[in-house]
Design a protein around this ligand. Structure first.
Ligand code: PDD
Length: 278
């Protein structure tokens, strides 16, 4: 696999970053995941916009223009012959000369830019009826910034796995925030309900597209908080992310939703999303 590090395209085995990189030492880094279908980047502009915002919010200098970033994405798709898969991008504040909590002087330390691809043949064909568990959301308060602080979401996935489930929905002050790596929705009497945007959740690029398509298709959308209990009594549930698109949820903790099959609204939105993306 050929990867990109700070301006160079290299075999993955030759790519190197410093042990003093702040992404490694302090999780002082942001990331994006963009999917590729039929060799084409999905929603690149949205991901590039959000990346800029994440960098801004952390006072990190943007080391690469959106045009150059697009070029790197396209070049990696070409070099690695990606038909279906993902592109991972990470920008850290860079490698200071020592371990120090204070940010280094941006005139002396430049951000580290890393991109790599993951080939996932059949990515768009996989519809898995998902089982989720609920767990406390103990993450920090700026989940709108896409940082690489992913230890708790990783632990959440492991808790789900240990419980025989596929993912975990996180709950704060009684209300569902989001999944470990996705935005979540329920459907009741044809209405799509999802938490409103705030610092409590990541502003999903897939979420924005799916809500737009839902409204264009005259589906009713309500942005508000909901509890696990309300979700368990919903007609259906689903989640969205760049890598899973729209994925139906059929069980929440020990409660099976409806007839236990993927919901119609979720499947329809998935179809619309994939059609529009291709
Ligand atoms: N995760 N919420 C969280 C906590 C996420 O990590 C993600 C994305 C989303 C969905 O955002 P988007 O639609 O822009 O992908 C919501 C990516 C895919 C990941 O970590 O792999």
């Amino acid at each position: 696999r050929t990867v990109y590090v700070n301006g160079d395209y290299l075999p993955e085995t030759e790519a190197k970053i410093s042990i003093f990189d702040r992404g490694f030492l302090f999780a002082d880094a942001v990331y994006e995941v963009t999917s590729v279908l039929n060799g084409k980047l999905i929603a690149f502009d949205g991901h590039a916009e959000r990346l800029k915002r994440s960098l801004d919010e952390l006072g990190m200098e943007n080391p690469i223009s959106t045009d150059d970033l697009l070029e790197v994405h396209r070049e990696l798709v070409r070099l690695n012959d990606i038909d279906e898969g993902l592109i991972y991008l990470q920008i850290s504040r860079g490698a200071a000369s020592d371990r120090d909590f204070a940010f280094p002087d941006p005139d002396e330390v430049k951000p580290t830019v890393v991109l790599f691809t993951q080939s996932k043949p059949g990515l768009a064909d996989t519809v898995k009826p998902m089982k989720v568990i609920s767990i406390d959301d103990i993450r920090w308060g700026r989940r709108d910034i896409k940082t690489v602080q992913l230890l708790y979401p990783s632990m959440g996935k492991m808790m789900a796995k240990a419980a025989g489930a596929d993912d975990a929905w996180m709950v704060e002050n009684g209300y569902v925030t989001e999944g470990t790596s996705n935005n979540v929705y329920i459907v009741k009497d044809g209405k799509i309900i999802t938490r409103a945007l705030s610092n409590d959740i990541l502003h999903g690029i897939t979420r924005a597209a799916v809500l737009r398509y839902a409204q264009e298709a005259q589906m009713e959308v309500e942005e508000r908080n909901f509890t696990i209990e309300e979700a368990q009594n919903a007609d259906e549930a689903f989640f969205t992310s760049a890598s899973a698109f729209v994925m139906p949820v059929v069980q929440i903790d020990d409660k099976v939703l409806g007839d236990g099959k993927p919901g119609r609204v979720a499947l329809r939105l998935r179809e619309i999303y994939l059609d529009e993306s291709l």
